[in-house]
Write a protein that binds this ligand. Structure first.
Ligand SMILES: NC(=O)c1ccc[n+]([C@@H]2O[C@H](COP(=O)([O-])OP(=O)(O)OC[C@H]3O[C@@H](n4cnc5c(N)ncnc54)[C@H](O)[C@@H]3O)[C@@H](O)[C@H]2O)c1
Length: 388
C-alpha cells in the first residue's frame, strides 16, 4: 500500500485515547491517516476533550459518530481499533471484518468465549489482518526474555500481582447511567470486567505464553469478596490462585489480589528453566545461572551467577504495536505481528477458563475442550433472557 493506512478508532476512553495518541504520531510520520472516530457516548468525541490527551489533535476532515457502522460507511477506513469495555460488544468486530476492515481489538476481546470465537471466525473467513492489544509483547525487556529462553526448556513460570481494588486510571464509560458502578470504575466489577484475572491478569498470562508457549489446562480457586465489603459495584474477588499447565509440559501460577483500602501494589515475575531462573530487577531482566566448568571447585558467588540480559532501546510498546499493526495492514500480512487475533484466543481461554474452574470447585479445565464441550456451554455464552 503506497498511501497512508486509513484508521478509525471505536471507543475514545482511557485506552482508545492512548491508541489515538500513538496513531497521531504515526500520522505525523505519514504512515497513517485518521479518518473516523466512533463512541456511543458522544461527549467522548468532543475535540476539546480529546485534545487534552492527544497533543496536536484536530477533528478536521474526520467522521465522528455514535455509530461505528456510520463511520465505516462514511469514512471507509482500512483498519479499525476497537477499545470498548469487553462486555458491551454487539457484533461490531464481526461486521467490520465482514466489511473487509482490518482490526486491532483490545484485550480481553470479549467476556464470552463463544462471542470471541465468532469474531475469530469472521476475521479468518474475511482474511483481514487482526491483532489484540497485548502491547507488552513489544516491550524490549520482555522480548529479551523471550530471546534468551528460545533455546532453553522452561519448567516453571510464576507471577504474583498484588494491587488495590481502587487502582485505575480515569474511566470514560458512563457506567453510572448504565446500571453499572456509580464511580465508573468498571474494572472492579465482576459483571463489567469478568474479574481481575480476566481484565488485568490476561496481560500476565499472555506474557507467560510469549515466553513459554500455549497453555493446555487451568485450575483456579478464588477468595470471593464479602458482601459487606462491596462498594460502588466493586465485587471482584479479594484473591486469585490460578495454576496453569503448558503444552510443553511446563507448569505455572498466577497469584493476584485486589484489596480495598490498602493502596499498595507489588509483584513478581519469575521464569525457571532446567538450569536457572530469569526474574525482573528494576528495569533489568536478570538471568541467574552457572556457566563455568562443572562441577565447580567451590560454590559460585552471587556475582558469577548474575547475568543482566542485554535489552535494546525501544519506543513505547503501544506505539510499537501500532507501528507493527499499520505495517501489517499495509503489507496485508500478519508476519510482523506479535499477537494475532487467532493466536490470542489461547490467552483469553486461559483467563475465562480460570473463572470456570473456580465456579466448578477448582476442577482442571482443558483449553482444548473448553471451546466445544457441552459441560462448559453455559459459561461460554453471553447470559441472556432464558428461552421460553
Ligand atoms: N492494553 C492495555 O494495556 C489496556 C489498558 C486499559 C484498557 N484496556 C482495554 O481497553 C478496553 C477499553 O477500556 P478503557 O479503559 O478504555 O475503558 P473506558 O471506559 O475508559 O473507555 C471506553 C470507551 O468506550 C466507549 N463505549 C462504551 N460502550 C460503548 C459502546 N457500546 N459502543 C461504543 N462506544 C462505547 C465509552 O464512551 C468510552 O469512551 C477494555 O477492553 C480494556 O480492558 C487495555
Amino acid at each position: 500500500m503506497e498511501r497512508p493506512v486509513r484508521v478509525a478508532v471505536m471507543g475514545l476512553g482511557q485506552r482508545g485515547l492512548q491508541h489515538l495518541k500513538s496513531l497521531w504520531r504515526l500520522r505525523e510520520e505519514g504512515a497513517v491517516e485518521i479518518v473516523g472516530l466512533a463512541d456511543a457516548f458522544v461527549e467522548n468525541l468532543a475535540p476539546e476533550k480529546i485534545g487534552k490527551y492527544v497533543p496536536g489533535y484536530s477533528a478536521d476532515g474526520l467522521v465522528a459518530d455514535a455509530f461505528v457502522d456510520t463511520v465505516i460507511r462514511e469514512a471507509a477506513p482500512d483498519a479499525l481499533y476497537v477499545a470498548i469495555p469487553p462486555g458491551v460488544h454487539a457484533g461490531e468486530v464481526v461486521a467490520a471484518a465482514r466489511a473487509g476492515v482490518h482490526l486491532m481489538v483490545e484485550k480481553p476481546m470479549s467476556l464470552y468465549l463463544d462471542e470471541a470465537a465468532s469474531m475469530a471466525r469472521a476475521i479468518d473467513d474475511s482474511d483481514v489482518v487482526a491483532t489484540v492489544g497485548f502491547q507488552q509483547r513489544y516491550s524490549p525487556r520482555n522480548e529479551a526474555v523471550r530471546d534468551f529462553l528460545a533455546d532453553r526448556r522452561v519448567v516453571l513460570v510464576n507471577v504474583v500481582n498484588n494491587g488495590a481494588l481502587e487502582n485505575h486510571s480515569t474511566k470514560h464509560t458512563p457506567t453510572d447511567r448504565l446500571d453499572g458502578p456509580k464511580n465508573r470504575v468498571w474494572t472492579a466489577s465482576m459483571d463489567w470486567s469478568g474479574a481481575s484475572v480476566v481484565e488485568a491478569g490476561i496481560h500476565q498470562v499472555d506474557l507467560m505464553r510469549y515466553w513459554c508457549g500455549d497453555i493446555a489446562w487451568v485450575e483456579a480457586t478464588y477468595m470471593h469478596r464479602d458482601a459487606s465489603d462491596i462498594e460502588d459495584g466493586g465485587d471482584n474477588p479479594y484473591a486469585y490462585r490460578v495454576a496453569y499447565g503448558f503444552e510443553s509440559g511446563a507448569i505455572g501460577s498466577l497469584i493476584m489480589s485486589r484489596l480495598r483500602r490498602s493502596y499498595y501494589n507489588d509483584g513478581y515475575q519469575g521464569i525457571t528453566w532446567t538450569h536457572g531462573q530469569v526474574k525482573f530487577e528494576g528495569h533489568d531482566a536478570v538471568a541467574y545461572h552457572y556457566d563455568g566448568p562443572y562441577p565447580p571447585e567451590q560454590r559460585p558467588s552471587a556475582e558469577e551467577l548474575r547475568h543482566v540480559l542485554p535489552t535494546a532501546q525501544g519506543e513505547d510498546p503501544t506505539t510499537a504495536l501500532a507501528r507493527a499493526f499499520v505495517g501489517a495492514v499495509a503489507a496485508r500480512s500478519e508476519d510482523g505481528l506479535r499477537s494475532t487475533f487467532s493466536g490470542s484466543m489461547n490467552s483469553l481461554a486461559a483467563v475465562l477458563g480460570a473463572n470456570i474452574s473456580d465456579r466448578l470447585g477448582g476442577e482442571r479445565v482443558s483449553l482444548a475442550d473448553l471451546p466445544t464441550a457441552a459441560r462448559y456451554a453455559e459459561f461460554r455464552r453471553r447470559p441472556g433472557p432464558a428461552a421460553a
